[in-house]
Write a protein that binds this ligand. Structure first.
Ligand code: GLN
Length: 330
């Protein structure tokens, strides 16, 4: 596929788009949950916003709702920062600093694996702060620019940080600061924790829309190559690492139930976004800011559950010969 912009994406009219529209109107009336308010700026979001987007690895786009509405990426950034840290430092080194075990605890729990002196995984806040501290660059500006360029490759356009969300989180993110101090005490991260925290808060405040998220998910599904621009966003050798931790840890203390019911790697953020990856097939994104008590979008979870059932996406579902493992011939 030649180089293209995201603007070249075309919505494909089809029975599947009609299905997505039905799904959207079915859950539009669901008003359960609450918007995140522990970051003051996030509390200002319109709770009614709702969009669903799907991008296939061959560049088809299906989208409904408020798919161009920008919001901060929040925890979903952790996936992409992990990929950059893996590229910068290599798998073995990263594993000495950040584990790959689910916690079963909230995303902002102040816990470390005391035996190995590492945060449990890169999808919870402690692990993400440690991961971000490992991104290379000769100073804060270069590290931020490398991060923004990485997001550009995944999305296919330049991205920017929402300064009001960034400063709102920097001035109130005392839990995250506490985690950083704990990791400094354990020697997991180096002295410069304020710089690591700033970069973490900045990555969380990168602005995306639902379509961007679906393109990013499709890039992971497409072995790290953006299916629209043809640009490689991340080395394909790290896709299995990224998708493994998404699968086991991406939905925090709901990760087990998600794996059981939906059965594909996914990541959520307190902005109300969820993106999911169907390897070699497509990226899925849902945005709806009303969250459940674990910090996952209520409508987002419901939509993904229905999509998984409708399209038989569960990776281990072999009931209709649709399993991703079905091509193996020995
Ligand atoms: N779950 C999330 O999206 C949390 C991200 C948020 N920036 C935080 O650090 O708390």
């Amino acid at each position: 596929m030649g180089k293209a912009n995201q603007g070249d994406l075309e919505i494909v009219p089809s029975p599947f788009l009609a299905f997505l529209k039905d799904l959207h109107s079915k859950y539009k009336s669901l008003q359960e949950g609450a918007v995140a308010n522990y970051i003051p700026e996030l509390a200002k979001v319109n709770p009614d916003l709702f969009s669903i987007c799907i991008v296939t690895v061959d560049g088809q786009l299906y989208e409904v709702g408020d798919y161009e509405q920008l919001f901060t990426i929040q925890s979903m950034s952790k996936v992409f920062a992990y990929g950059l840290a893996l590229e910068d430092r290599g798998r073995d080194y990263i594993l000495t600093k950040v584990g790959v075990e689910p916690t079963g605890d909230a995303f902002n729990a102040i816990i470390l694996d005391e035996q190995s002196k590492r945060p449990h995984n890169p999808m919870v806040n402690a692990g993400a702060i440690a991961t971000t501290s490992l991104i290379k660059g000769s100073g804060a500006t270069e590290r931020l620019n490398r991060m923004l360029d990485m997001f550009r490759r995944y999305i296919g356009r330049d991205v920017f940080v929402d300064i009001s969300v960034f400063t709102s989180e920097r001035s109130t993110g005392h839990r995250n600061r506490a985690m950083a101090h704990l990791m400094l005490n354990f020697g997991t991260i180096d002295q410069n924790i304020e710089e690591a925290l700033d970069l973490y808060f900045q990555q969380c405040a990168v602005m995306v829309n639902c379509r961007d998220l679906a393109v990013m998910a499709a890039t992971l599904a497409n072995r790290g190559t953006n299916p629209i621009t043809g640009e490689q966003a991340v080395d394909s050798r790290y896709i299995k690492d990224i998708l493994s931790v998404m699968y086991t840890c991406g939905m925090y203390n709901f990760a087990g139930e998600w794996a059981y019911k939906v059965g594909i790697p996914a990541k959520s953020g307190v902005c109300g976004g969820i993106f999911a990856v169907v390897p070699q097939q497509m990226g899925i994104a849902v945005f709806s800011p009303l969250l459940d008590t674990r910090g996952n979008s209520v409508r987002g979870v419901k939509v993904c559950e229905e999509l998984s059932q409708h399209l038989s996406l569960h990776l281990f579902d072999c009931s209709n010969n649709n399993s991703c493992l079905s091509n193996i011939r020995l």
